[in-house]
Design a protein around this ligand. Structure first.
Ligand code: NTF
Length: 810
């Protein structure tokens, strides 16, 4: 019904009046947003229920994708687009004098994630719904998502992200499907007819309440589900008059401690309480998720011995690894299945993706803390470890070093990556080079022990969000040229290759880019009062702030350009706009210093008249999905400059590429595959390779003072961090200075500086040739199809999960 404009108007007006009790004139933008979103939600309800019925009927196996993060962004626009309602909705609202964009703007980002890992989860969900892959996302319904970033005096300040402030019109609360999750207490071992039984007693009980959000496929009647759990006290309605003061006090403390579990994404874990809370969250998610899966499985007549044949549990990084011992617990303690069979079921149900090799991100839990919080789960992990070590001993007799190195429990810590590898049937990395590093370095012993488990699945992004939605003008241009098949089959973007020599296509591409730059420039003018030259090269680095991602290297090139221009203001170079965006982890001081550095450089350069506006530097506050959708379409250059070996894949690189930006990148993560796809001529590559970096690490690094002493540009830049000449204060960025010189430049910033600068100069020269540049843009778009998450999830479905697509008929 909503496909008809008049009907749309009628139903929208009706909803405003009946649900919100106001007339259209009185309704606030929030009322309109709530009315519109709930209207759409109800509209898809039938398909939602229908999809699940079809899956139960037709799907041989279904996937449950567990992730502590899903970074969805704003649902309304995506949902309208995928339903094919965007135009009718816009026209209907126009008739009523309402601007759809203003409604979309007031929607809060669903920011239940940090960065790449969480956004990958969101892209996967969209692709799976659009392909009809029977998949259910599982996560925590954090009351507060990732913090909002404010920049005050150049520094990051964190503000709570109260995304549920106005309620969430997309979710449906399923109180009747709540399950109980148990913490602490003790385990009594009973001997029941010669068989051991484990009874968990005196535990703290918590209710996990599911809330379901629809994940709508692109015009295919499919609606998958993202299930989020909130932690709530088991007894909510107490008659306080019947309780003593102590009992009331105790209840309040209990309620608070329960609710804290789903309060905030990544609580600060610099102290003991924070660590316990994170571990609680992880167990809460997997226990709640598995219990609801198993309950439904059994309700549909499933037998637990066949569980793994029907259900694929995927763990996104190690955070949900406790799914392994939790599934074992349910099978053994509740389903009365013997260890060996339970282990067989578990290790054939669970698969794991590794997303990082950074040692600080590899999770380890202190045994005593773990035991106290999860006594029964600890027993199971201990047993898994014992059995695994025995197996190792049989295979590598007396090789103590190897066994210690591979053990799940070692030195009073539980190594979650080891548990994840041992307890799953598939382990994948997220780009070719990353998987190779896992196999040959970080997890070499595991690869030698069980090579069949390891495989690569190069990441992808959903081109429907990042191109069709974010860049409508470019999408139209593409569709005019090659038809709209690319929306469902992104590999057909390759047809654009034949347009790389077509001057009218390229002229139009130029206009589209300029239009998108204008939109971003307006935003920057509004928010920061900075004017941007639309003819300048818009060069962007947006991602989490981290030393390995090397925002510092980018800043050093900018400072070098600045000094060069100051010495010679008439230098004939295209003007450049450098844009940064990204959040620093609240406890990561160095990252926060980097933000301050960028803002300080921005302050100095933007006001310097001598360089004649040839350079502008902007730090975008509070980088998030909805802002990213403005940034990628407007950019010319994509900065992907991590220290080779450190960035597992990267996915921003793919979002730039599909929007026709050219990568300035190291040969790291998926950059390597991007370069292979577009060819060396359409990619600016510089810097040390993975092998070179690893070889330096093996030999104790390099001497960064040598670069300082031999390259006057490096010396000048580094000195300016501490001598007061540029920032008016001595020792202002001493921390950065020290890390690069006295801490031996762990990330090879100075080592790669010269090559980076040279490659930037090359890029500038290339930009002067407009048609050559546009040819490069076209080649990048044409070859971006293989980086669609449609391709990625198809590979997971076929090779890891063994699930088939299900077409949901109307
Ligand atoms: C990130 N890992 C990696 O750092 C990125 O290179 C990669 O693109 C994304 O995962 C998605 O695979 C993480 O966020 C984490 F948590 F593993 F550190």
């Amino acid at each position: 019904m909503l496909k008809d404009k008049e009907k749309f108007k009628e139903m929208f007006l009706d909803r405003i009046q009946t649900i919100y009790g106001v007339t259209i004139e009185e309704a606030s933008v929030t009322d309109k947003y709530m009315a519109l979103s709930s209207l759409i939600r109800d509209y898809i309800y039938r398909n939602w229920v229908h999809t699940h019925r079809e899956y139960d009927k037709k799907a041989e196996r279904q996937v449950y994708y567990f992730s502590v993060e899903f970074l969805k962004g704003k649902p309304l626009g995506n949902n309208l687009l995928n339903l094919g309602l965007k135009d009718v909705c816009k026209e209907a609202l126009d008739d009523l004098g309402i601007d759809l964009e203003s409604i979309e703007n007031i929607e809060n980002d669903v920011g239940l994630g940090n960065g790449g890992l969480g956004r990958l989860g969101a892209c996967f969900l969209e692709s799976m719904a659009s392909l009809g892959i029977p998949c259910h996302g599982c996560t925590i319904r954090y009351k507060y998502g990732l913090f909002k970033q404010k920049i005050i005096d150049g520094y990051q300040v964190e503000v709570l992200d109260n995304w549920l402030r106005n309620g969430n019109p997309w979710e449906v609360r399923k109180t009747d499907k709540s399950v109980e999750v148990k913490f602490k207490g003790k385990v009594r071992v009973n001997n029941k007819n010669g068989k051991m039984a484990f009874i968990h007693e005196d535990y703290e009980s918590i209710l996990a309440v599911p809330n379901d959000m629809p994940i709508i496929g692109y015009r295919n009647n499919t609606v998958n589900t993202l299930r989020t759990f909130s932690a709530e006290p088991k007894r909510t309605e107490l008659d306080f008059t019947l309780l003593s003061r102590e009992e009331v006090q105790k209840y309040i403390e209990y309620k608070h401690s329960v609710e804290s579990i789903s309060e905030i994404l990544y609580p600060d874990d610099h102290n003991y309480e924070g660590k316990v809370l994170r571990l609680k969250q992880q167990y809460f998610l997997v226990s709640a998720g598995l219990q609801t899966i198993i309950r439904r499985f059994k309700k549909k007549g499933g037998m637990m011995k066949n569980f793994h044949e029907k259900v694929a549990i995927h763990i996104n990084d190690t955070h949900p690894t406790l799914a392994i011992p939790e599934l074992m617990r349910i099978l053994i303690d509740e389903e009365d299945i013997e260890w060996d069979e339970a282990w067989y079921i578990t290790t054939n149900a669970i698969s794991y993706t590794n997303h990082t090799i950074l040692p600080e991100a590899l999770e380890k839990w202190n045994v005593d803390m773990f035991k106290g919080l999860l006594p029964r789960i600890y027993m199971i992990v201990h047993e898994i470890n014992e059995r695994f070590c025995k197996e190792l001993w049989n295979r590598y007799p007396e090789d103590w070093d190897r066994i210690r190195n591979m053990a799940i429990i070692n030195n009073n810590y539980i190594n979650m990556a080891h548990l994840a590898v041992v307890g799953s049937y598939s382990v994948n990395g997220v780009a070719k080079v990353h998987t190779d590093i896992l196999k040959n370095q970080v997890m070499k012993n595991f690869y030698d022990f069980s090579p069949y488990k390891f495989n690569n699945k190069t990441n992808g992004i959903t081109h429907r969000t990042w191109l069709l939605k974010a860049n409508p003008k470019l999408s139209n241009l593409i569709t005019d040229a090659i038809g709209d098949k690319w929306i469902k089959e992104p590999s057909s973007l390759i047809k654009l290759t034949s347009y790389s020599q077509d001057s009218s296509f390229k002229e139009n591409l130029f206009k589209v880019k300029k239009h998108n730059k204008q939109i971003l420039a307006d935003l920057i003018k509004r928010e920061y009062n900075i004017n941007i030259d639309l003819d300048s090269i818009v060069d962007v680095q947006v991602k989490r702030i981290h030393e390995y991602k090397r925002q510092i290297l980018n800043v050093f090139n900018i400072l070098n350009m600045y000094y060069t221009l100051k010495d010679n203001p008439d230098l004939d170079i295209p003007s450049r706009t450098f844009i940064f965006g990204g959040k620093a982890a609240p406890g990561y001081y160095m990252a926060k210093e980097i933000i301050k550095l960028i803002n300080s450089v921005s302050y100095v350069i933007n006001k310097d008249k001598i360089i004649k506006d040839k350079l502008k530097v902007i730090f975008l506050e509070n980088y998030r999905v909805s802002l990213a959708e403005r940034v990628f379409p407007a950019s010319d250059v994509s900065e992907q400059i991590s220290t080779a070996s450190k960035e597992a894949s990267g996915t921003g690189n793919m979002k730039f590429m599909i929007n026709g930006s050219i990568t300035m990148g190291t040969l790291d993560g998926a950059n390597i595959e991007i370069r292979d796809a577009v060819g060396d001529d359409n990619f600016f590559n510089f810097g040390l390779t993975v092998d070179e970096v690893l070889s330096y690490y093996r030999n104790g690094g390099y001497n960064s003072w040598d670069v300082y002493n031999s390259d006057y540009r490096v010396k000048r830049i580094l000195d300016s961090l501490i001598d007061g000449t540029l920032f008016g204060e001595k020792d202002k960025f001493r921390m950065i200075y020290e890390s690069l010189l006295n801490n031996n430049d762990q990330y090879f910033v100075l080592k790669d500086f010269d090559d980076y600068v040279k490659t930037q100069v090359k890029l500038q020269e290339r930009y002067k040739n407009k048609y050559k540049w546009l040819e490069m843009c076209t080649e990048n778009i044409a070859n971006a199809g293989k980086f669609s998450s449609d391709r990625t999830v198809k590979e997971y479905a076929k090779h890891i999960w063994k699930v088939k697509e299900v077409q949901v008929e109307k």
